[in-house]
Write a protein that binds this ligand. Structure first.
Ligand SMILES: [Zn+2]
Ligand SMILES: [Zn+2]
Length: 562
């Protein structure tokens, strides 16, 4: 039966380009999952957008002497270009800067207010007497009051991941001038998180399909109690507060950005000309998945679910398959140090599929994973070009040379061939199950193992030896491998959409793979196949040194610390 799958993907801050950590952490797994479900014939709605609010953007704007809107718009278009080139197939990638988002945010805010889950109170907010301004939380540094980690920011501790208020920091300092800020009373709205503690605990404990790291992190987060949190701030950039007397304040970004999943779904529905189309993805038995990096876990397993519980009538997350971090050449990825591989830069020199392949085969699902250039070249040349690409290429060129490109008859498949076909069907089933559980690395391993089996079978049958003496036997072995290739292009499509579509055409199938379903399509006897071209390009070993130098040189450049 056709299922409905909602896929929410973390909203990137529109204050800098995307790097490979973003891709491995959230966007690639989400896209693999979306493509898999579309292949299965399920209805998928995958949305995200750029987070245009928040202090990092105002900081970037003041450093560049421009407006926050200009910074946000520039990176938003860059994001769209990266999704296109990388094949990240959003149904909608919008932004938090739309009128629709403000409207939906106001609806959630006012509903929670009416139900008593948002209330008015005062909080002390950091004020720098030297800079003469209220300091957004990100502008305050100090020691974390939970884990005693130093260099915690006023919005979140990097060491333990807890969201913070500047007032909770030990020895706070203004990040602009280093002065100890004063704390002045200011009236704000608060989310009554404490009211959801028991329900959240019970809900998280009963989850059986979550990754252990996500579940344990969330349970630890609730231990010791949930505090109510201020959801408005004394800032000018953000969504307005729909209450009189709050004209000079804004809704704080962490409350407002997660509502983006709902507002984007409504925007998508409007664009389809069916304003209620979003409901099917947010109610009933629709599967609800959020793909995020691990620094975003509490917002998606605690705060957003609490807001949804309070709002009522909408599905809670079914799974939040958060990934761990990606390191680069063995070192922690750092945008401020510029130790990163940037997506637009990468795609200006290399094809998207080899990157998708390497990041998926090495995805940080259960622990941190490393991106290294030697490994990228090795995976590309050894696995994509050597194993899979070579299998496709030698079968298809042999077919052109000896069968005029015409798919041979099945003939009498021997035991070895039957075994390989059975392995293909088993792999389809196994990968189906693994992908439905968001186990991407394992999926790649099973698929590549099938490609290796097919190579071994082809070597054993050696059709190039018996083509003169027994062309029917040679044809049968080609027919078997063509069947395997048909299975491979289907299973690899979520991972390698560009080359899989290309192989689909080279195998003589028409239309888009996505419409063919998660099945093994048999080769069509008598059909003439087009002349093949290689699916992947072998990379020269010399790029390793070139790219490593590029990385090291970037680190020496000064960058604004945000
Ligand atoms: Zn901490
Ligand atoms: Zn200051």
């Amino acid at each position: 039966m056709k299922k409905r799958i909602f896929i929410g993907v973390a909203w990137p801050y529109a204050n800098g380009p995307l790097h490979l950590g973003h891709i491995a952490g959230a966007y690639l797994p989400a896209d693999i999952f979306a493509r898999y479900h579309r292949l299965k014939g399920n209805a998928v709605l995958m949305v995200s957008g750029s987070d245009q609010h928040g202090t990092p953007i105002t900081i970037a704007a003041s450093q560049e002497k421009t407006t926050p809107q200009e910074v946000a718009s520039r990176y938003h278009s860059q994001f769209l270009e990266s999704w296109e080139k990388l094949g990240i197939s959003f149904d909608l990638f919008t932004s938090t800067g739309t009128a629709n988002h403000a409207e939906v945010t106001h609806d959630v805010f006012l509903t929670l207010l009416r139900k008593g889950y948002i209330y008015r109170s005062t909080m002390s907010q950091a004020y720098c007497p030297r800079c003469m301004r209220f300091l957004p939380d990100r502008y305050v540094h100090g020691t974390c009051s939970y884990c005693r980690g130093v260099r915690a920011r006023g919005d979140q501790c990097e060491a333990c991941g807890k969201p913070l208020n500047a007032a909770e920091l030990i020895e706070p300092r203004c990040s602009i001038c280093g002065t100890t800020p004063e704390f002045r009373e200011s009236e704000h709205f608060f989310l009554r998180l404490s009211a959801f503690e028991d329900r959240l605990l019970e809900w998280i404990q009963k989850q059986t399909g979550w990754r252990l790291n996500v579940q344990n992190f969330s349970l630890r987060f609730i231990e010791g109690g949930l505090k109510d949190r201020a959801i408005t701030r004394d800032i000018e950039w953000g969504v307005s507060v729909p209450q009189p007397g709050f004209e000079n304040k804004r809704i704080y970004v962490w409350f407002e950005a997660v509502i983006g999943y709902l507002s984007a779904s409504k925007e998508w529905a409007k664009s389809k000309g069916d304003v209620d189309a979003w409901r099917a993805f947010w109610t009933g038995d629709a599967g609800t998945y959020y793909f995020i990096g691990k620094d975003n876990i509490p917002f998606h397993t605690i705060i957003w679910p609490a807001m949804l519980m309070g709002y009522g009538g909408l599905n809670l997350p079914y799974n939040v398959p958060s990934n761990e971090f990606l390191t680069i050449e063995g070192d922690k990825l750092s945008t401020s140090r510029k130790w990163a591989v940037w997506v637009p830069d990468f795609l200006s020199r290399y094809d998207p599929d080899p990157l998708r392949y390497y990041l998926a085969a090495n995805m940080p699902e259960t622990g941190d994973a490393d991106f290294s250039w030697p490994e990228f070249v090795r995976r590309n040349n050894g696995e994509l070009v050597g194993t899979y690409g070579n299998l496709c290429h030698r079968v298809l060129t042999f077919l052109q040379r000896n069968f005029e490109g015409i798919v041979p008859a099945q003939g009498g498949v021997d035991a070895g061939g039957r075994q390989l076909l059975e392995e293909t069907l088993n792999t389809l089933e196994t990968v189906d199950s693994l992908l439905s559980q968001c186990r991407f690395r394992e999926s790649v391993r099973h698929i590549m193992s099938l490609a290796q089996s097919a190579n071994r079978y082809l070597d054993e049958k050696a059709p190039w030896k018996n083509i003169r003496t027994d062309p029917q036997c040679a044809g049968t072995s080609l027919w078997v491998v063509l069947s395997v290739l048909s299975g491979l292009k289907t299973m690899l499509y979520p991972f390698l959409p560009f080359s899989s579509q290309k192989l689909h055409t080279q195998l003589g199938y028409s239309g888009r793979i996505e419409e063919c379903g998660w099945t093994l399509q048999e080769p069509q006897q008598g059909q003439k196949l087009p002349a093949p071209s290689p699916l992947f390009v072998k990379l020269d070993e010399s790029i390793v040194e070139m790219e490593q130098n590029r990385l090291r040189q970037a680190v020496g450049q000064t960058v604004p610390a945000v």
